[in-house]
Design a protein around this ligand. Sequence first.
Ligand code: GLU
Length: 865
Amino acid sequence: MLLLLVLCCLKIGATTKSQTQLLRIGGLFHDTDDEQAFHIAAKMVNRKYPTGPFRLVPESFLVSKHNAFTSYSRTCSFLHKGTVAIFGPSSIHSSSYIQTLLDRKEIPHVETHWDRKLLRHNCLLNLHPHPSILTQAFLDVVHTWNWKNVVLIYDSEESLARMSPFVSSFRRWVTLRRIDLDHFGTYRSSLTSIKMTGATNFIIECSIEVLEEVLKQAQQVGMMTERHNYMITNLDLQTIDLAAFQFSGTNITGFRVVNPEDEFVVGVAEKIYGKSYNGMPPGWRLRLKTALIVDAVDLFYETVLDLTVSEQVVIKGYPLKCNGTTNWRSGHTIVNYMKGKSILGLTGIVHFDVEGFRRDFVLDVLELTTGGLVKAGSWFPNAGITVTRTPPPVIQTEDNSLTNKTFTVITCLTTPYGMLKETTSRLEGNDRFEGFGIDLIDELSKMLGFNYTIIIQEDGYNGNYNFTTNEWNGLIGAIVTGKAELAIADLTVTAERESAVDFTLQFMNLGISILYKKPKPVPPSLFMFVSPFSYTVWILLLVTYFVVSLCFFVMGRLCPSEWTNPYPCIDEPEYLINQFSIRNSLWFTIGSLMQQGTEIAPIGISTRTAAGVWWFFTLIMVSSYTANLAAFLTVETFVTPFSNVKELSEQTEIKYGAKRGGATANFFKNSGNDSVRTKIWSFMATHDNQMTESNDEGVERTKNEHYAFFMESTTIEYVVERQCSLASVGQPLDDKGYAIAMKKNSSYRNDLSAAILKLQETGRISRLKEKWWKEKRGASNCGAQGEESAATPLNLQNVGGVFLVLFLGTVLGFIISVVELGIRVYSKTKGVGCFKTEFKKEMRFFVQFKRNVKDVLRRGSQEGQ
Ligand code: GLU
């Protein structure tokens, strides 16, 4: 009886097995989590339908993101085994590479990654939420949070591409800032410069691998305070550790598609990561792309099941060759059915619109609180955002507003930023001062409605930290101690100062340059006439003269027409003479080179051709010489003892320095590994007498001594406009700016920055600069005389062409002279003698260069000899 039962069970088992169809599915992944998720997903669906007509047989490969070729060859091996669907890879490049093949072979291709250029491919289905809808979600949040300006921080071109629809929609209000690794391998430099803009609303779009580090470094540079608001667009925000920012008071908003607390999600995540993981709960580790793989496999199985059971379609894989012509027949049907099917997966309802894109999904809007990341609301594609918890808005209390407040503004008497008015009448209060900085603060006060009282920093220092007393001096010291609320001058923004005070947006950009005396003109030389040609051209000209003269001599001997009757009154002369002797040839060529001419006139076609070309050559050379000589006589050539900072550091004759304790001196002091800057600083540090108390002192020393002064480019601009004997040498060494300083965490910084931005945009700041640099206080236009173009000798490149023409013309002359001789000999020997013998005789005579008298060649003269 028992045996019968066992046999019966075996039979049922065998029957079921024989009816179960095996469907191979292939996966290409870049990391093991995704690969693991793929296998677990297949196992889950197989378990869900133990008696179903199919069993999925998953097979996968780990492939490199950057090697599309491997993905292609792996796909071929899948197809060869009869695989009926391919999942992945998530690299856009590799995925599109295999797409063409899969379209051709009609094999369903399921993607789960973000793809900006998502197109309807024949056999492609992408489960990732559609980028255009995500953009809508980001815009809705920005509008709900009432952000007027945002800085978009991104880490790669791909990140920027993801956000480009957002940027185009929010164009007027978004500033783009890319963060790159500095030479310490951190993002701190990029983040510090973003911080200096004074912006407080940020959107971060970077890969999840670096996001945590970016946030940590933002915190380190002071960009994670109550004043700062962040929106993080990466849908995996929940998968990183945000504990460090929970108590910072920063408003951090994020999004997610996967609910990490959902039981189903937790169950799957436990299968992928295991329960034993003792850090983050498994559900919180599950990344969107991994969850999408699970949903993709599920969707595929459900579709195939539907097709087989309800539509009675037979689904069966068979081997395909990549380079063969056969394709699978069921691919299109499956993909189309998948697009029409909906399932409830880890990422919510998986559903596609008529175009086959996933536009219908719900996003959880997250907020970071002291208790961690919590759901603050939801976003629906058609209904927009419904916020259940609103992050604390930045409250504009009465106290934060600048209106009707009175500030003490401190400045230094540094030309032209802050100066005493030049007047004979007695002035009081703010009226005593004028300058660029004074005008700027006045403009700001009018815009924002505050009052101000100007006080002066008597020692003229802008701010230097004393490591012994741990105190700041100058303007920064005045702000730190509360002597003044705002400081405006030629106050450079530096990282060191930024740690003690807050700066507004920079109102002026500049770099360090060298102020030195204007280059002196070279005294005129006695041999100035040689200058128009380079030495090479002179030597070549001389050689050409001799060679061409020799050619005339040779050509003259060859050319029969040049042998003429010495006594024109005798009809039949005994002998002939040739005008192109060596002496005459030299004289003929020099005569034309000097534009004088000679009584010698070429007769033969060959000599005339050569003479024509020679005259052309002399015409061009003489004209070039004359034109360039004129340039040399009129343009002064200047000499500078150094033309950049390196050359200055290498010489010892000219001393140099900078303003003591200023940002320029500190730039050299903190020069790190730069050898030139270190050398400059070691000179400055050991020659304290070369450092100055003020810019004015530096300018005076530059004028009167053998001295170069390192100064900021904008101030140099001002000086050279007025001191015509001075000029800026070389390129700026760095790139920085001036800004208004105030106490750390001042509530009015944003308003001041926004007002500065407005003044910049309306051109008001440029106008003020124009006024103080070009119009007021003895501005002249010596800057305009600045650069004069120097005359340079003509070299072979300039005149090489004419030498070539001369060469070709002379060669042509030679050929013609030989032809002329041949014709003459032929005409004299025709019918009465032998051409060859006579020609040889002529040639023999030709090489006897000493003989300059020639017998007359008569018709049939051979016979007579
Ligand atoms: N602008 C500089 C500062 O803020 C002063 C001038 C200089 O160092 O060249 O310290």
